[in-house]
Ligand binder design. Structure first.
Ligand SMILES: Nc1ncnc2c1ncn2[C@@H]1O[C@H](COP(=O)(O)OP(=O)(O)OP(=O)(O)O)[C@@H](O)[C@H]1O
Ligand SMILES: [Mg+2]
Length: 258
């Protein structure tokens, strides 16, 4: 079991931001999480990383249940790519330094990187098609290039679980497709980590995401096989708006009238 969440609720200011969540992720599954702004996606991920605690319920990640376990150790087995993290990184480090820092789950490098780490970072950057950026300063990279470097950083500690929180936000349509094809390659690679991919857009849900969790107002609307959930009927119910859903090149396209 990679993630097990049982009957979890989190409240703030007498209001639920997550309510009665039950969700399990098994080895070999890759999940997409779809939900509108404010539906609780990032809160759920923050909880999986151990940054916030449930007001009620049980959480266990990679076989470790929360409470009584050193979460800093657990975090080393989880790669996490999010814009919140990106804002904390040092822009005047090179892409290589940023990637290597992922090995130690640290912000910034305090010593010169070891040769072995640099070699390893090059392999990962090549896998993510960003090896050519290794000597560039992070703050000189484009948004799409930064995202690749951040995913490479997330992979540096060889995580068992890789969480991608809206990795395509701010990318142009070509950069988005390039990044998605890289994620597809990664998800299919040997010994791939379990991927959790958070998005607002159905068309970003690649075929490798066998399962999907639909979040609405802090609750699970529905969960299960992606192909069973991303139907016109279920999405119309989920969005509370009549939508048309079609599949093109194995991707789900949704359109609607306002
Ligand atoms: N510490 C907090 N105190 C009060 N409300 C909070 C707190 N953290 C999150 N919330 C609220 O909980 C809701 C869910 O927030 P969250 O960031 O999880 O949404 P999200 O699904 O990631 O949205 P987005 O797609 O915009 O990133 C929001 O309404 C947010 O304002
Ligand atoms: Mg969010």
């Amino acid at each position: 079991m990679v993630i097990s969440i049982k009957d979890v609720s989190i409240s703030r200011n007498a209001k639920y931001i997550l309510k009665d969540i039950d969700w399990t992720v098994k080895d070999g599954e890759h999940w997409a999480i779809l939900g509108l702004n404010g539906s609780g996606k990032t809160t759920l991920l923050n909880m999986i990383n151990g940054y916030i605690f449930p007001s009620k319920g049980d959480v266990s990640v990679l076989g470790k249940s929360f409470g009584g376990y050193d979460l800093r150790e657990l975090r080393k087995s989880i790669g996490w790519v999010s814009t919140a993290l990106a804002e904390k990184l040092y822009g005047n480090e090179t892409a290589t330094e940023i990637v290597v820092s992922g090995r130690y789950a640290s912000i910034g490098l305090f010593e010169d990187p070891m040769d072995e780490d640099v070699e390893n970072s090059m392999e990962i950057m090549d896998l993510l098609d960003c090896g050519h950026l290794s000597d560039r300063l992070y703050n000189t990279l484009s948004q799409g290039e930064k995202q690749r470097v951040l995913i490479a950083r997330g992979l540096m500690a060889k995580p068992e679980l890789l969480i991608l929180d809206e990795p395509c936000s701010g990318l142009d349509m070509f950069s988005r497709e390039k990044l998605l094809s890289t994620i597809d390659k990664l998800g299919r690679s040997e010994n791939a980590p379990t991927l959790i991919y958070v998005t607002h857009q159905t068309e970003e849900i690649l075929p490798i995401f066998s399962h999907t969790l639909l979040m609405r107002r802090g609750e699970v609307h529905s969960k299960g096989y992606t192909k069973d959930l991303l139907t016109q009927e279920n999405l119309t119910d989920f969005f509370e708006t009549q939508v048309n859903c079609s599949i093109s090149k194995d991707r789900y396209l949704v359109d609607f009238d306002i």
